[in-house]
Ligand binder design. Structure first.
Ligand SMILES: [Zn+2]
Length: 394
């Protein structure tokens, strides 16, 4: 047994319906209201692939009325939240259905909160230029129907939001944000293209890996984290190479939901702080791509300092390297997975990032996401962060 904290708090009040074909059960659930705000992304792949129509049929069958708000951008913006909340109030919606990936589900959490509490949603953020305004009124009940396998947002209490004015990307984590019900149907992920399958899947994997080697780790979080790494790590390459491999999709989506449970019982590290800063400054850098670019240098730094040798060996085994015997084996297993997924070509420079912005990146990450740096098993100095960025740069 690997030593861990035997103290934990687990509160995940979301009913999760998981399984291929589970979307067809939607009409049978007890809805938390009579009039839904149905949120989708502005790209609206759910319209093209028929998922939106399936959801509408389920709602019609259940006798639930709804209004569609298709205005959520990738990396949701604060203005999307304020617009969505105003739309919900105007149309007298009494619950929200978020149909989409992490961006739409996170936006659903924020809109549900803004619709009942009012004001500019950014005021409720608790870092950066947010004003830590308290959430005093219960948000509208939220149902999430995830169409991607990545954030685990369908089962956690977090949301990431970008302020288009100040260029900040911040997370908000609070119990009020839990969905009341989530549907995770792997069939809905079959049409996700290979690159996004990779980025989103790696995000889930990173949540599990970071959670496992952080100060937030505990016996409950460890259980979710190791299982999540096994399910995502051993099936992601198959899902990337053949999107219609439903078996692989099922395992990756399950791993993603487990990653959400990691976020609910533990937390991520400064790897996420550094990435959120990069993708906050460079909107076209997908979150998961940024994590892939930084992960080896970040974990390599921790491995060189022997912060938790046994845990890295355990992670390597979870990734499928059963014979792993030293912490460095984790980097070997991780690199093999990324190569297998075709991720070797990812480079910061392709997203317009230049080394002369690293000093700004580090100071910004350390200020805005200071909390995540306290989760690292060994504190990272500014120079350490800079070195991780330089090592990751191509
Ligand atoms: Zn993430």
């Amino acid at each position: 047994m690997i030593a861990t904290s035997m103290s934990f708090e687990k509160f995940i009040p979301t009913r999760l319906i998981f399984g291929s074909g589970s979307l067809d059960a939607l009409h049978r659930v007890r809805f938390p209201g009579t009039r839904a705000l149905l949120l989708t992304s502005s790209g609206s792949s759910v319209k093209r692939n028929g998922t939106l129509e399936r959801v509408e049929k389920q709602l019609q069958r259940a006798g639930v009325s709804y209004e569609i708000f298709p205005g959520i951008e990738a990396n949701p913006l604060n203005r999307n939240i304020n617009e969505g909340a105003a739309f919900a109030v105007t149309h007298r919606c009494d619950f929200i259905i978020a149909l989409g990936g992490g961006s739409v589900m996170d936006a659903g959490k924020c809109i549900a909160t803004a619709a009942t509490n009012g004001g500019d949603f950014w005021d409720y953020m608790r870092a950066g230029t947010g004003k830590s305004r308290p959430i005093t009124i219960a948000p509208l009940p939220l149902i999430c129907i995830t169409t991607t396998a990545g954030t685990g947002s369908e089962i956690d209490r977090g949301a990431a939001l970008t302020n288009e004015v100040t260029q900040e990307k911040l997370g908000l984590k609070t119990e009020e944000l839990y969905p009341v019900l989530s549907i995770a149907d792997p069939e809905l992920t079959l049409t996700v293209p290979p690159s996004y399958t990779l980025y989103q899947g790696f995000d889930a994997l990173s949540h599990c890996m970071e959670g496992y080697v952080s100060h937030q780790a505990n016996v409950m979080c460890d259980i979710f984290a190791i299982a999540g790494v096994e399910h995502v790590g051993r099936h992601l390459a198959r899902a990337v190479k053949n999107g219609s491999d439903l078996d692989a999709r099922e395992h990756v989506l399950l791993g993603s939901s487990l990653a959400g449970m990691v976020m609910s019982t533990g937390g991520v590290t400064s790897l996420h702080a550094l990435e959120d800063t990069l993708s906050g400054f460079h909107h076209d850098l997908p979150h998961g791509a940024g994590l892939i670019i930084l992960a080896r240098a970040y974990f390599g730094h921790m491995i060189e300092r022997h912060v938790c040798d046994e845990r890295f060996i355990r992670l390597a085994r979870a990734l499928g390297m059963e014979q792993a015997s030293k912490p460095g084996d984790f980097l070997t297993a991780l690199s093999a997975l990324l190569t297998d997924c075709g991720a070797d070509g990812l480079a910061m420079s392709d997203y317009g990032i230049t080394p002369d912005e690293f000093a700004k990146t580090v100071s910004y990450a350390k200020t805005v996401s200071a909390r995540l740096f306290t989760h690292d098993l060994q504190p990272l100095s500014d120079d350490d962060c800079h070195a991780i960025l330089v090592k990751s740069y191509r």
